[in-house]
Design a protein around this ligand. Structure first.
Ligand code: SF4
Length: 342
């Protein structure tokens, strides 16, 4: 892993922990390398344009991570000469740094003796101690944290935390943990009980909602109308085609027409379907359908979003997009304007 060093670089540790919060190592690694090449220091990140930072994050998801990273870099540059705070408590005051991330950075980059509790660690410790309560509750998290704090005293904190996270990722896996190779086997209660996959105990998940989204590829003089989402909130600062959620039983073409008017103030005629892509977020899923549209009346203005812009297909490719919209952009760029379920 490119961020692992004998003497860790705090900025690299910070960036890697933020990227790894919701992303697998294999996916995050090329993003990490590209990010570090473009923004080699906290100061260079703080001087970068947010749109450029979001473009480097495109496809990683959870874009608030990139916005917070950028905002925190600006704070660290302006108030701390580009140096990260060294304690978990101070790190928590920066945008986007919660308990887990702050503890990981403080222990790995600065050697502070604080436990890190991520999903992998929760799995290992709930099995070690055979904790039969819902692992998402704060009581269980606190119990795990207290247990680890007592173990930490005898070990270098960065090594200890990383070893435990890695044990969870590689050995104490959710399914088929490799207990025969586990160095903690002799002190693992779940293993002794022969019931390792019972843990961690999770409350049943609610069904995830699904939304049908219809958007318009509104063309004028070889350009396409795009809108930038408000900076705050989900997918904040990213670009998309005007459109939105279907209501009740209206047709998708009606949805596109209604939403384009609401978002940009223009009335369109909705034509043929271009593409339809499915995408799953953590709490809901969407089917995003795009339609060719021609302007009938009005001038485009930003009403619900931060900005509207007419762009060429080449310019569209350079903007940061959410994953589902990016796939529509790719269909348009390939010239394969068709209605495919992708
Ligand atoms: S013995 Fe098995 S269940 Fe227990 S910590 Fe090791 S890998 Fe996990």
């Amino acid at each position: 892993m490119p961020w692992r060093r004998e003497r860790p670089v705090p900025y690299h540790v910070w960036l890697s922990e933020v990227m790894l919060q919701q992303t697998q190592v294999e996916t995050a690694t090329p993003y990490f390398r590209r990010f570090i090449r473009s923004f080699p220091s906290i100061r260079s990140l703080s001087n970068a344009d947010l749109q450029d930072v979001l473009k480097h994050w495109e496809g990683l998801g959870y874009y608030s991570r990139a916005r917070h990273l950028h905002a925190a870099a600006r704070i660290v540059s302006s108030t701390r000469a580009g140096r990260l705070p060294r304690s978990a408590k101070e790190l928590r005051e920066l945008p986007g740094l919660g308990e887990y991330c702050s503890a990981a950075i403080a222990s790995i980059a600065f050697g502070e003796s604080v436990p890190v509790v991520d999903g992998n660690v929760v799995r290992v410790v709930t099995r070690l101690l055979a904790i039969a309560d819902d692992s998402a509750t704060s009581a269980v998290r606190q119990r795990i944290s207290t247990h680890l704090a007592s173990c930490l005293a005898d070990h270098p904190p960065g090594d200890f935390n990383q070893a435990l996270m890695e044990l969870g990722a590689l050995v104490c896996r959710p399914r088929n943990p490799d207990c025969e190779k586990c160095p903690l086997r002799n002190r693992c209660q779940a293993y002794a009980d022969g019931d390792v996959e019972r843990y961690p105990v999770k409350a049943p998940r609610k069904p995830t909602p699904h939304h049908e989204i219809a958007v318009g590829i509104v063309r004028r003089s070889g350009r396409i109308l795009v809108t930038r989402r408000a900076a705050k909130g989900m997918l904040g600062g990213l670009w998309e085609f005007p459109g939105g959620k279907r209501i009740g039983r209206e047709s998708l073409k009606t949805t596109a027409r209604r939403r384009i008017l609401e978002e940009t103030g223009i009335t369109v005629q909705v034509g043929s379907a271009v593409a339809s892509v499915a995408h799953a977020y953590s709490h809901f899923s969407i089917q995003l359908s795009a339609y060719e549209c021609t302007v009938q009346a009005g001038r485009a203005k930003a009403r619900r979003n931060d900005e509207v812009r007419w762009v060429s297909p080449a310019q569209a490719k350079e903007l940061p997009w959410p994953t589902a919209s990016r796939r529509i952009v790719d269909v348009l760029a390939s010239g394969a304007s068709r209605f495919d379920k992708q």
